[in-house]
Design a protein around this ligand. Structure first.
Ligand code: ZN
Length: 351
């Protein structure tokens, strides 16, 4: 297949709210790069923050930039020095790119390195017909994995990493926050052998989705979910808290429902500093609290391959909308309504 000179791309062309459809030259792969033809790209909460041009975006984003860091596609060209991939290979990518000369990179903790650049945030991403990716960031997908499911591996990796941040088998789990990543933790925890998974949120639609994804019970966070969790666990509290909301009231509820000596994995990002009853929730409780960021490179990706490839986890119920690239506005409207599941852009149209 010949590669055209120009392509469509969606991104931020100037500071301020909103995004635009751009006409851009197709990137040429430099040494060590791979050119990927994008078949599916998923809209992330981070993309909505950038769309809205919030304080974080204003500090981080340097327009013009093409958005999109959750994607799948196929290899269409190789840069100099890349000789271990066939054209047509289905791929996704780890978005965190270590900068040349990156310092203090601990093996096994590459996802926590600070000298990084992120695809679709700091450099052009995958809301486009083509995206350029360093070979070292390429993940080869099984050919039978549907591109729209493959595109979910970035946030799915966050969920898999959070669940496996502590032992899960035979333990009771509370997920606070049924956002897209919170919802993804449910089937992962079940596949890992959790004794029971409880979920709290304030959105009734999301609580319903939580039950469809295998939650044992889903509680409205505004109606004393702590009492409900304590009742469900015979007054003991859960063994594991997965905090996915970033909301102060949910964090407080989560720790109140955690049993003494329990484990808490914290992925949700509060928008500003919050208050926490440190003495009761952490010290006296003897809780083990872990911050969780990103996904392990490549350990988490191998786990995802097994979970998706065997059918142990089915992410299809999470996808509610699909759009072409030129319909990006409708796609972002759906995502910003808060009433959607995952919204997918299909640059090459539906397959
Ligand atoms: Zn994302």
């Amino acid at each position: 297949m010949s590669i055209p000179e120009r392509m469509r791309a969606v991104g931020k062309t100037k500071p301020g709210e909103g995004l635009a459809l751009m006409d851009k030259p197709v990137p040429r792969p430099g040494p060590g790069d791979v050119l990927v033809r994008v078949t599916a790209a998923s809209i992330c909460g981070t993309d909505v923050h950038i769309y809205n041009w919030d304080a974080w975006s204003q500090a981080r984003i340097k327009p013009p930039v093409v958005l999109g860091h959750e994607f799948a596609g196929e290899v269409v060209a190789l840069g100099a020095g890349v000789d271990d991939l066939e054209l047509g290979t289905p791929v996704s990518a780890e978005g965190h790119i270590l900068l040349p000369g990156a310092r203090h990179v601990v093996p096994g903790q590459e996802h926590l390195a600070t000298d990084i650049e992120v695809i679709g945030i700091d450099r052009d991403g995958a809301f486009a017909d083509y995206v350029r990716v360093p070979r070292q960031n390429i993940w080869v997908n099984p050919p039978e994995l549907a591109p729209e499911i493959a595109s979910l591996q970035d946030p799915f990796g966050n969920a898999v990493h959070t669940v496996h941040a502590q032992p899960i088998a035979g333990r009771t789990v509370l997920v606070t926050g049924a956002g897209l990543i919170g919802l993804m933790t449910i089937p992962v925890a079940k596949a890992a052998g959790a004794a029971a998974v409880y979920v709290t949120d304030i959105n009734p639609g999301r609580l319903e989705l939580a039950l469809r994804l295998g939650a044992d019970a889903a509680f409205d966070a505004r109606q004393d979910p702590v009492a409900a969790v304590m009742a469900a666990t015979d007054g003991a509290g859960v063994d594991v808290l997965l905090e996915m909301s970033g909301a102060a009231p949910a964090i407080d509820q989560g720790f109140r429902a955690l049993r003494p000596g329990g484990d808490a994995a914290i992925l949700g990002l509060p928008g500003k500093p919050i208050e926490l009853d440190w003495a009761a929730h952490v010290v006296v409780k003897g809780a083990t609290v872990r911050g969780v960021y990103g996904r392990k490179i490549w350990e988490t990706w191998h786990r995802m391959r097994a979970l998706l490839g065997t059918g142990a986890v089915d992410l299809r119920p999470l996808i509610t909308h699909r759009f072409g690239l030129e319909d990006f506005q409708a796609a972002f409207d759906a995502m910003r309504s808060g009433e959607s599941g995952k919204v997918i852009l299909l640059p090459q149209g539906p397959r």
